[in-house]
Write a protein of this length. Structure first.
Length: 98
């Protein structure tokens, strides 16, 4: 049987709690340049060279301009499925100056 000191138990509890929180948080955001998209929503979208499968249920937010090739976009995914694609201002896709 493993025995933990009183100091280790709280630290272990905090670690396990943070681990379970990060595992249950399945939301991912990616900002990049749209390389290619199908004529409609449904199909393969390519952002920064990576392909994403998009369905007609995905929300398109074009507040910062139309979503066309060369546009800066933010892709939001949940549980591995694309939920929203939003146009962004081009400076959001520029490398940050050090």
């Amino acid at each position: 049987m493993i025995s933990y000191s009183k100091a280790v138990k709280p630290a272990l509890l905090v670690f396990l709690t943070s681990l379970s929180l990060s595992c249950s948080d399945n939301e991912v955001e990616h900002t990049g340049i749209l390389d290619h998209r199908p004529e409609g929503k449904d199909g393969m979208w390519v952002i920064d060279g990576k392909s994403y499968s998009v369905t007609d249920e995905v929300e398109l937010d074009e507040d910062h301009g139309p979503i066309t090739a060369g546009t800066c976009v933010e892709l939001e995914m949940e549980d591995g499925e694309v939920k929203e694609i939003e146009s962004k201002e081009m400076d959001k896709c520029q490398p940050k100056q050090q």
